[in-house]
Design a protein around this ligand. Structure first.
Ligand code: ZN
Ligand code: ZN
Length: 266
C-alpha cells in the first residue's frame, strides 16, 4: 500500500486574511493545509484557506485544530461538505482548558457572532478532545503526536507520522527557551517542518509575548532540528510578496516561505 502523502498549502497568512496586489503571490488566506494520504485526508486548521480547494473531497476526513483563534477556524462553518449528509468528518482539538472542542467552536458559531450553530452541520461529525502529549490514531496508517507550544491560550504542534514519513506543523508558536527546547526534540529529523515565522527581528522586539516567532529564532530552531525541508508559515498580515521574496533569497535551498497553492510530496 502506498503511504505517500501530498501536502497542499491552502492558506499561510497569520492573524487575519488579507487581500491586495501586494499579497497576490504568497496569498492572503489564513492558515489551512491539506494532506492527502492513501486512506484519509487531513486538514491542518480551518482558516479561510479551507475555501481555496479545487474539486471535491471524500471521507474519511480529519481536521486537526492547532487552537481556536478565529484565523484558524473561521472557514469551518462555511465548508460545504459539512452540510452534506453523506459526508463524515472527525474534528480534533485540545481540551486541556476543560472546555470541549464543540463548546469552543460554538463560541464562534453562535449568534450574534454567527447566524447558525454547529447543530446545523448535517454531515456525520465526531469531535475528539485530547490532552498534551496524546497520540491520535487517524487511520490504520496515519497517526499524530501532539505537543503544547507557547501561545496565549495554548496551541498544539502536530507531528504526523505515515509510512516512515513525518511532517511537523507548529503554527502560532513563540520560541521561548523552554518551548524551543521541547519543539527541537519533537521535530528532530522530520521530513518537513512547518514553523511560525511571523515577525522580523525588529518587529519581534515590539511584539514579544504575542505568541509568535521571529525569522531568526525560527531559522535557529530549524537548524537545530535538521528537517529535510522546512516552510515558514503564519506570515504577518502586513508582509508583502516583495518582503517574502527578499527573505527567500537569504534562505538555504531546503527552507522556503510557504505560499498559497504550494504542493509538496513527502
Ligand atoms: Zn494565528
Ligand atoms: Zn493564535
Amino acid at each position: 500500500m502506498s503511504l505517500a502523502a501530498t501536502l497542499t498549502v491552502l492558506g499561510c497568512r497569520g492573524s487575519t486574511p488579507v487581500s491586495g496586489a501586494q499579497f497576490a503571490r504568497y496569498g492572503g488566506a489564513s492558515t489551512c493545509c491539506r494532506l492527502d494520504f492513501s486512506d484519509c485526508t487531513v486538514f491542518l486548521d480551518a482558516g479561510t484557506g479551507l475555501q481555496n480547494q479545487p474539486g471535491g473531497i471524500s471521507s474519511p476526513c480529519h481536521f486537526l485544530l492547532s487552537h481556536y483563534h478565529v484565523d484558524h477556524i473561521y472557514s469551518l462553518p462555511l465548508y460545504a461538505p459539512l452540510f452534506d449528509k453523506s459526508f463524515s468528518a472527525d474534528v480534533w482539538g485540545s481540551e486541556d482548558d476543560g472546555l470541549s472542542v464543540l463548546q469552543k467552536l460554538d463560541r464562534m458559531m453562535s449568534p450574534p457572532l454567527w447566524p447558525i450553530t454547529s447543530a446545523a452541520f448535517s454531515a456525520e461529525m465526531h469531535f475528539h478532545g485530547f490532552s498534551n502529549g496524546d497520540t491520535l490514531r487517524l487511520s490504520p496508517t496515519v497517526s499524530a503526536d501532539t505537543l503544547k507550544v507557547s501561545h496565549p491560550g495554548g496551541c498544539t504542534a502536530y507531528r504526523i507520522n505515515a509510512g516512515g514519513k513525518t511532517l511537523v506543523f507548529s503554527t502560532d508558536t513563540e520560541l521561548t527557551d523552554d518551548c524551543a527546547a521541547a519543539l527541537a526534540e519533537f521535530a528532530r529529523g522530520c521530513d518537513l517542518l512547518m514553523l511560525d515565522a511571523q515577525y522580523t527581528d525588529e518587529e519581534y522586539s515590539r511584539c514579544r509575548g504575542f505568541g509568535h516567532s521571529s525569522w531568526s529564532k525560527s531559522l535557529a530552531l530549524i537548524e537545530k532540528c535538521a528537517p529535510r525541508r522546512a516552510l515558514l508559515i503564519h506570515h504577518d498580515p502586513l508582509r508583502t510578496d516583495d518582503e517574502l521574496d527578499a527573505l527567500a533569497a537569504r534562505l538555504p535551498e531546503n527552507i522556503k516561505p510557504a505560499s498559497e497553492g504550494m504542493v509538496i510530496s513527502l
